[in-house]
Each structure stands twice: as structure tokens, then as C-alpha cells.
Design a protein around this ligand. Structure first.
Ligand code: SF4
Length: 442
């Protein structure tokens, strides 16, 4: 049977999608690049953004029309809100939760005979044992970059976010399994590995003393990677400022294998907005963490997430966010204009900042970011640094593109595609606001 999968949403979903492919491949099915050639099509959905949900409805309408002319089974899994779940039951042939992934081949085999899936209750069962799912070896999509889920779900309940309702409460994956998967990837020669979770640094807390904590987990992983004697960059995303202790920063400082780049979501530079977002951290707490980073890892780059135009955000409050960007001198901000997400608490509040004002605030914060990222990138000129080459540059195909240890995009002229997936040395010769350029040294 030929199959195709469409993955929407975040890196967690991409990682889940890799495991779905493993199960289908093991069941003897054959991947096809074009959904028109597939007899089984699945979606790994994201209920968090309305755009992604609209895409699911478009796709399933298309596929259900095609059923008039060909044999086709459709399934859906991933991040699904209870309301969408009920609607999808009527549209898709199969719907299941990731923790039940190992049963998918059986569900497909039985399709048309019985439908045990209809009894599922998405939220209640989200905390069930994920062991079978996590013990699957995923079909990694890259031979040099891999993502390892260490935790699923979230306990933080930020008011603008639906993740605690789609993925359920925080569940940590057993550390032996994480380290087993990690070591296998290192032994296979992977160059970079990212630990994934909604709140990676609250890893283990749900196990109430029966599991190591996040600092200990990355310490163990990095000790193994360091011992390989090879260059390896380990990252994690995303941590939550509330649980970001000095111990985590000390471990990053200690190990050459832990990438010197930290993504620390700020969301807003104003304490009242942070409170309304239920972020459970203040600007002062955030400032303490950045101080520790500067003290212990002065070379680290700093990335963040910010939302502009949150319900009721005033001019004064956006100005506080700009001041925070000025103070923390980010290298990159994943900047979003607020929009109410289905299922989130803030959906009930007025989305009272007009679209044009949100765009202006977006541009205002971007302008502040550009100053700092450009100043940092300029300082790299003349330095020679290792780059992990990841792809051919999409805009100018004479260039290869990749990133340095601080995850700043770097490109250089080269026709040699065999460098993709390798570390190379590059001398930096030019800088723009969001990337640097260099000369390939070998
Ligand atoms: S934004 Fe808040 S609620 Fe959503 S996943 Fe992150 S910490 Fe959890």
C-alpha cells in the first residue's frame, strides 16, 4: 500500500511524523511524495493556529472528493482540540492519538470491519503511557540533524495558548530511552541533535523525584557526545523562564557539545501583559537568567519569542517590550502578531488591537531587533568559524547555506553539494541583519 503524510505545525509534529513513517514502513507500506499516488493519506494536524485547521478542512474535502474515483483511506492525528476532534470523526476514516501509533497498522487492516477508535477521548487519555510511542525508532528525515522528543504536553496554561488542551499535561519521557536514542544517533555520526518539548526545562518534574532533571539530562548527553571527540552541537527548545535555573546554564558552559545558543521565550517586556498571559515569570526574573547567561556563556547567542498586539496591549506596554529587546540584544526574535487561538482562554477576550496597529508594532519591534542582530553580525567579519552546511541557498543557488554554533545563518559560494551535512570552516567576509556570508576555507 502506498502512503503519504502531510505534517502541519511545529517541530514536535515533524518529529511525531517521523515516527508515523517508521510504523507504516515497518508494516510494509511504501512512501510516495505525491498524495495523488497514495492509497493511504494522513495528516499530522495542528489545532493551535486557525490557518493550519483551515488547511486540514481543505485537504480532507479534496481527498473525500477523490474517493469517488479511487480507493483511499484517510487518517488524522497530532494536536487536535476536542471540538475539532468531534468534527474530524465524521470526515476522516481513522483518527488516533500519537500514544496509540503502534496500533495504526491494525486499525488500517481492520478498517471497515470495526472502528475501535470512536471511543477515544482526546484530553483524558493524553496522560496515558507514551512508552510504546517513544520506544519507536523514527525514520529520521536527515542524516545529520535529528530531533528527540523528551516530553509531551504542558502544565503552564498561558492564556493565549491551546497546547495544554491539545497535547494534555506534561509527561516526561524516561531518561534511559532518551539517552539510548541520543547515543545511537551520536554513534551513527549525527552532527546536531535538538531535544524537543513544550517546556524542556521542567523535564522530570512530573515524575516527582523518580527521574533526573533537565540539567542532569543534558549533562549526561553532552558527556557522551564530548567523549566521541567529534564536533557535535546539541540544542534544546523551548525552555520556560520560570524553570530556567543557573544549573542548566552551568552545564551548557561546561560542555563543548552543548551549542552556545539559547532560545528563551520572553513573549512581552511588560509585567502586566506577562501576568495577563499567565506566563508565571516577571521581567526581573528573565533579566536574572540573561545575566547568568552573559556571565557563564558570554559567547552565547540569544533568541526569543514575542507576541505583539495581545488583548489590551497599550502603547506604554509595547514600548516596554521594545526596551526589553534593546536591553537583551537578541540575535533573533520569532515575532507573532496576536490572534486568538481556538480553545485558548484568551479567545474569550476582545481581540481589540486593530490589525494595522499590530502590523505597526510588529515593524517597530523588528526595527529594534535589526539594530542588534546587525551589530552582532558585523562583529563576526574577519573571524573564521565552523559552519554546519544544511542546504543549497533557495534564493541564490550559487550559495550553500548553513549555520554557525550560535545558529546564525551563514552562506558561502560553492558548487559542491557533497558538503551538505558536513562541518566546514568559513572566513566571514560580510554581514547583513539576519545572516552572515563568508569564504569557504575547507
Ligand atoms: S505557550 Fe505556555 S501553555 Fe503554550 S506550550 Fe508554551 S508554556 Fe505551555
Amino acid at each position: 500500500m502506498k502512503y503519504h503524510i502531510v505534517t502541519l505545525g511545529c517541530q514536535m509534529n515533524l518529529s511525531d511524523g517521523e515516527r508515523v513513517r517508521t510504523v507504516l514502513d515497518k508494516a510494509g507500506m511504501q512512501w510516495v511524495d505525491d498524495d495523488k499516488d497514495a492509497e493511504l493519506i494522513g495528516i499530522i494536524a495542528c489545532s493551535v493556529r486557525q490557518k493550519a485547521i483551515d488547511k486540514v478542512y481543505n485537504k480532507i474535502a479534496q481527498w473525500n472528493r477523490q474517493k469517488n474515483n479511487r480507493n483511499l483511506i484517510t487518517f488524522i492525528s497530532g494536536c487536535i482540540l476536542p471540538d475539532d476532534y468531534r468534527k474530524f470523526l465524521k470526515l476522516f476514516d481513522l483518527i488516533f492519538q500519537m500514544k496509540d501509533l503502534t496500533k495504526l497498522p491494525e486499525m488500517i487492516r481492520q478498517y471497515g470491519i470495526s472502528s475501535p477508535l470512536l471511543q477515544h477521548e482526546p484530553i483524558k487519555s493524553a496522560q496515558h503511557d507514551m512508552k510504546d510511542f517513544w520506544s519507536l525508532t523514527p525514520s529520521y528525515q536527515s542524516s545529520f540533524e535529528a530531533f528527540i522528543p523528551i516530553q509531551n504536553g504542558c502544565d503552564k496554561f498561558c492564556t493565549y495558548c491551546a497546547v495544554p488542551y491539545t497535547r494534555g499535561r506534561e509527561v516526561s519521557r524516561p531518561s534511559e530511552e532518551i539517552l539510548k536514542e541520543f547515543k545511537q544517533l551520536i554513534d551513527k555520526g549525527y552532527k546536531t541533535i535538538t531535544f524537543l518539548g513544550q517546556n524542556v526545562n521542567s523535564y522530570g518534574l512530573d515524575k516527582k523525584g523518580n527521574e533526573i532533571n533537565f540539567a542532569e539530562l543534558i549533562d549526561k548527553a553532552a558527556t557522551y557526545a564530548d567523549a566521541s571527540g567529534r564536533r557535535i552541537w546539541i540544542y534544546f527548545t523551548s525552555p520556560h523562564p520560570r524553570d530556567m535555573g543557573r544549573d542548566v546554564i552551568e552545564v551548557i558552559a561546561k560542555h563543548p557539545s552543548l551549542g552556545k545558543q539559547i532560545h528563551l521565550p520572553l513573549q512581552s517586556g511588560d509585567d502586566d501583559v506577562l501576568k495577563k498571559m499567565n506566563r508565571k515569570h516577571s521581567l526581573a526574573k528573565y533579566r536574572e537568567i540573561v545575566k547568568d547567561i552573559h556571565e557563564l556563556i558570554p559567547e552565547a547567542t540569544l533568541f526569543t519569542d514575542i507576541i505583539v498586539g495581545f488583548t489590551g496591549e497599550t502603547e506604554k506596554q509595547i514600548e516596554n517590550t521594545r526596551l526589553a529587546v534593546e536591553e537583551f540584544k537578541y540575535n533573533m526574535i520569532y515575532l507573532a502578531m496576536y490572534s486568538p487561538r481556538p480553545g485558548a482562554v484568551s479567545e474569550r477576550w476582545a481581540d481589540d488591537i486593530p490589525k494595522e496597529i499590530k502590523s505597526q508594532r510588529h515593524a517597530y519591534i523588528t526595527k529594534e531587533l535589526r539594530k542588534h542582530s546587525y551589530a552582532y553580525n558585523q562583529k563576526q567579519i574577519g573571524k573564521t568559524m565552523p559552519i554546519l552546511v544544511t542546504k543549497r541557498d533557495e534564493r541564490n543557488t550559487q550559495y550553500l547555506s548553513g549555520y554557525n554554533e550560535g545558529k546564525i545563518t551563514v552562506r558561502f559560494l560553492s558548487e559542491d553539494n557533497s558538503l551538505i551535512g558536513e562541518f566546514v570552516n568559513v572566513e566571514i567576509t560580510g554581514a547583513s541583519e539576519f545572516s552572515i556570508e563568508g569564504k569557504f576555507l575547507g
